[in-house]
Design a binder for this molecule. Structure first.
Ligand code: 3H9
Length: 707
């Protein structure tokens, strides 16, 4: 079956890109070959005056290069050749002898965006599904089909780097403002508008463009060599601060963009394909590409085969605090669910509604939604001090105080107030769901849904069924989480589930080291360099020491001496240090912003700070987490290694370029991990004793992933 078909609208030919039996269009080898045959026919056909490239898919224009093809690239030369063939292919579009319009609806990413950059005219729909961008750096490569060169020339170096370095995609309104597209229309008139644009171009030729971006600052920073040097140097500094040098693609992208601007397009294309080739075969890129496929596969997992998920139209949220409001606000921004929040008094409900609708406002401010969309979404949030309106909720999520008795009481009340089919989900971070639901009248409806804070930003949701949870409840919780845009990992009901289970020993080890006099900022710096987005001490301040202590207590009770919390927590709390929340923690805070280390912590702990070997810091923190991950995996907390690694990356920010804790252990070799743990145990105590399951796997020569 052909990938492209031609539909005529008089003298305009619509070239419809519609890959058979595929959810999205990619610039696969087959697509490139067919395109290469179709284009000359259209060029030669005298009855065709202009071409419009449009997609036959519902919500996708072009998803970029076929990422599957990256797997077969063995050398930098092979990968460089792929980039060059992409560049060549798009040259035909750019040099096409007739007006070439792209009519974009849905995702237009990577090579898709690069195709659009070569068109004479770019029209996109204002639909929320339409996003245009260059996510290549998220895969550890750079735009390799001319995008690293063309985008800076089109929209200026600063705006282009903003997109390329973050791997960002923009909605049409922002793309129009940047000059990335020429026209924005409602989806209903995309075809007509594209045909009209094509005819206009035939008649009037390509309109000349004013220098972009406009303004004096842009003239200096984007259009002079010196200005660009300055922009590039600042971008480099920012990238290094953010990536700690762990991700080479961003730095190469800056280099290539500068070459393309300063030395001309051809030099830029040559530098681009060379950099693409070298990057595509790095371990970093392989890991990131692997994560893309792992993530897509996880999205399709069926958590309860044969069970039908309830269609949730009304969500109840009990507890209108920070978490509750985050859940309600994030849910309504999807546009298909009402959220009713309940708290004990009107003041708390009012605060919760304000926080939930604040999430909608934030999206409006960032131009992710329009004003009318924001008005509609805001109206989806309501509040109550009793359970009025909860009867019709298909799903209720409880986000009250982290206390077993309180949570049980809420469940009892809800079972009285709600309908027989209402699902009760508890957003506990550590308390076993089985304990919360022990006295439930309808245990099949009880499940854990552990969101991470801040809910609107954190991608992960842990869904935790008990032995008595019904398959329908599991299917419903997973489906709801996915529709909320979350990466959903189903976990076994063990204390701490997956994320807190492996996070706590890591934080605890960091705390111990501070107690031994390791400088707080050195600890954080070392772990940032390892690739975590926040250092462990800053993270403890962020999460809050009260929350940390509660979680530590649950884990200690469940797992005994091995997970005994470091004494540091108790000392800090006795000194009224709760972290950022009350502005007193390991760091000083000024108006909510972290300023510097609070040195009085050392006096409190009776230690003199002295720098420690960074290797020891890295090893003790990391191996505490790795060992716990192996143990939790052995207990079946996650279904497979993929889920454990994705949950670690999306829930904790475990360095993606390392592939996750289980992948990292495979890379290190399980026997080596066991050996290092034994050495750590001999030196620092039995908490490092290697997990039995890990020792067994190492002995049997097994790995977490199939070899
Ligand atoms: C690039 O373009 C490099 C160039 O600069 C240079 C080259 C020389 N390739 O996510 P979904 C599959 S790099 C292969 O569930 P959604 C995906 O695996 C590329 N397959 O749908 C899944 O397959 P299956 C830069 C792809 O609606 C199915 O499509 N582009 C690709 O939630 C559905 O995917 C990107 O990084 C691909 N490019 O989201 C974009 N894209 O059903 C990556 C998708 O067999 N893609 N698939 O499991 C995405 O971000 C999302 O998939 C998208 C759709 C937003 C498009």
């Amino acid at each position: 079956m052909p990938i492209f078909r031609i539909e005529r609208d008089g003298d305009v030919a619509f070239l419809v890109f519609d890959t058979p039996n595929a959810p999205v269009n990619t610039l696969s080898r087959a697509a490139r070959e067919e395109f290469a045959q179709v284009l000359p026919t259209l060029a030669d056909d005298a009855s065709v005056t202009a071409v419009v490239l449009i997609s036959g898919k519902a919500d996708n224009f072009i998803a970029g290069a076929d990422i599957e093809e990256f797997g077969s690239l063995r050398t930098a030369e092979e990968a460089g050749a792929l980039s060059r063939s992409g560049q060549e292919f798009l040259r035909w579009v750019e040099e096409f002898p007739k007006p070439f319009v792209v009519a974009i609806h849905g995702s237009c990413l990577g090579g898709g965006c690069e195709t659009a950059l070569c068109a004479t005219w770019r029209i996109a729909t204002d639909h929320p599904k339409t996003v245009i961008g260059l996510p290549e750096t998220m895969l550890g490569v750079l735009p390799g089909a001319g995008g690293s060169v063309r985008l800076p020339r089109l929209i200026g170096l600063r705006a282009a780097l903003d997109i390329i370095l973050a791997g960002k995609s923009e909605r049409a309104a922002k793309a129009l403002k940047l000059g990335l597209i020429d026209e924005m229309v409602h989806p209903a008139i995309l075809r007509q508008a594209a045909a009209a644009a094509a005819r206009r171009l035939v008649k009037e030729g390509k309109p000349s463009r004013a220098p972009n971006p406009p303004g004096l600052v842009a003239a200096i920073l984007d259009r002079t060599t010196l200005g660009r040097k300055l922009v590039a140097s600042m971008a480099r500094k920012q990238v290094l601060k953010k990536t700690q040098g762990n991700y080479p693609a961003q730095l190469r992208a800056i280099e290539v963009a500068l070459i393309g601007l300063d030395q001309g397009r051809e030099a830029g294309f040559a530098a681009e394909s060379k950099a693409f080739g070298e990057l595509a075969v790095t371990d970093v890129s392989r890991k990131l590409v692997g994560l893309f496929f792992a993530d897509t596969a996880m999205k399709k997992d069926d958590p309860a085969p044969g069970a039908k998920a309830a269609e949730v139209r009304r969500l109840g949220v009990i507890g209108a605090g920070f978490m509750g409001a985050g859940i309600a606000g994030t849910a309504v921004t999807q546009g298909w669910v009402e959220a009713r929040m309940k708290d004990a008094d009107l003041k708390s409900v009012g605060r919760g509604i304000k926080a939930a609708t604040g999430i909608v406002d934030g999206r409006l401010k960032r131009k992710r939604i329009t004003r009318s969309e924001a008005t509609r979404l805001t109206a989806l949030v309501s509040g109550t001090v009793d359970y009025s309106g909860f009867k019709s909720c298909e799903l209720v999520i409880e986000a009250v105080f982290e206390d077993l008795d309180v949570k049980r009481k809420v469940l009892r009340e809800l079972e009285q107030a709600a309908g027989p089919h209402t699902i009760f989900a508890t957003n506990t971070s550590t308390i076993p769901i089985t304990q919360i639901g022990a006295e439930a009248a309808r245990p099949g409806n009880v499940i854990g849904m552990h969101f991470f804070s801040p809910v609107e930003k954190m991608p992960l949701l842990e869904v935790i069924p008990t032995d008595r949870t019904s398959p329908e409840t599991i299917a419903s919780a997973v489906a709801f989480g996915r529709r909320m845009g979350k990466k959903v990992v189903v976990c076994k009901d063990r204390p701490g589930f997956w994320v807190n289970r492996i996070l706590l020993p890591y934080l605890s080890e960091a705390g111990r080291m501070v107690g031994e006099g390791t400088p707080i900022d050195q600890l954080d710096r070392v772990m940032l360099k390892v690739g975590f987005p926040v250092g462990p001490m800053a993270l403890m301040d962020e999460v809050g020491l009260v929350v940390g202590q509660k979680a530590a207590k649950v884990m200690h009770e469940a797992f005994g001496a091995r997970l005994e919390p470091s004494p540091l927590l108790a000392s800090m709390l006795a000194d009224q240090r709760q972290g950022r929340k009350n502005g007193r923690g390991f760091y000083h805070y000024h108006e909510g912003h972290k300023t510097g280390v609070d040195d009085s912590v050392y006096d409190l702990l009776g230690v003199r700070p002295a720098p420690r070997d960074p290797k020891e810091i890295e090893q003790r923190c990391l191996y505490a987490m790795l060992n716990e991950a192996a143990m939790a995996y052995g207990e079946g907390v996650v279904k497979n290694a993929r889920d454990g690694d994705l949950a670690s990356i999306f829930g904790i920010g475990f360095p993606p370029f390392r592939g996750g804790p289980l992948r990292l252990m495979d890379d290190l070799g399980l026997a080596n991990v066991v050996q290092t743990l034994e050495q750590l145990a001999a030196k620092h105590g039995p908490r490092f004793t290697p997990a039995e399951s890990l020792v067994r796997m190492a002995k049997e020569g097994k790995s977490f992933y199939p070899a």
